[in-house]
Design a binder for this molecule. Sequence first.
Ligand SMILES: C[S@@+](CC[C@H](N)C(=O)[O-])C[C@H]1O[C@@H](n2cnc3c(N)ncnc32)[C@H](O)[C@@H]1O
Length: 301
Amino acid sequence: MQTVYKALKWAQNKIQASISVGAAPCVCPQHKTTRIGSDLYVYSQYKIDAEFLLSAVLNVKRTNLPLIRQEKLTPTQLKQFKKYIARRVKREPVSYILGSCEFMGLDFKVNQSVLIPRPETELLVEEVLKIASKFNKKSVLDLCCGSGAIAVSLSKIGAFKDIVASDINKDALKIAKENSLKNQSENIEFIESDMFEDLRGKSFDIIVSNPPYISKEEFENLKPELHFEPHIALFADDGGFFFYKKIAQEARKYLNTDGYLLIELNSNLSCKIKEIFEKNGFKDIEILKDYAGLDRILKCR
Ligand SMILES: C[S@@+](CC[C@H](N)C(=O)[O-])C[C@H]1O[C@@H](n2cnc3c(N)ncnc32)[C@H](O)[C@@H]1O
């Protein structure tokens, strides 16, 4: 039977090999990243992936694995771990394999009907929370809510009276509702809507959105992991601008006086997106960067 230590080593090698097929890795010592083909993989991510999967199988915290490194896996645990690694080797994201992911310190259910919430989207939530507490904003719309990560986090951490979360995808809304229950955030109204279509008559102090924004042209260079995510959550027509244009044209009708609009940016399109919002009469437009130094949030009134 394998020890925890040996199982981890085996799994790390398997994952690393699957990512480096056909290409020699080139490690950048400055940024501790490994570039393999079109992948930019954070150095030691193989290790982290294997650790997450093994800690789920053993039902222990990832940080406790070193303490049990010489313990042996039971045959059932080993079988389960091998199944997980086989899926990861096919490039399925760890969050889909485990059916959950962490966002803003909360636990969210995910499956292939929803986008896996990204760390950079936490900045969007933090910015909404800052504006809400500074200007006493009480109502918020999470447009294109997916798993409900933004709306549920705002409900748990903020002091909003009204929160509406909308999405066109019924299956995504089902997961969002489950996440709301799971995190005991009961003040969210979920609405199935094609953008603003079924939100007529409502208005909000803040509208926040992480819309689909990958253009068809960017499709070729995507990591294989992204192909597991729902295309409806990723891709936008019109060179990636479709949803930005729609929001710029229609959001004003759904914003209260002095309301704020915050949207996540495709960093490659940020300058043009800013122009689109300027042309549609938005003011005090600011672009905020993420931790990688990329344009990530557009904030305006
Ligand atoms: C990039 S995901 C964002 C999910 C979530 N807000 C997050 O940040 O993790 C975009 C979401 O937009 C939804 N969507 C796509 N087209 C839409 C439309 N026409 N109207 C409303 N929602 C749409 C997708 O179903 C998906 O859940």
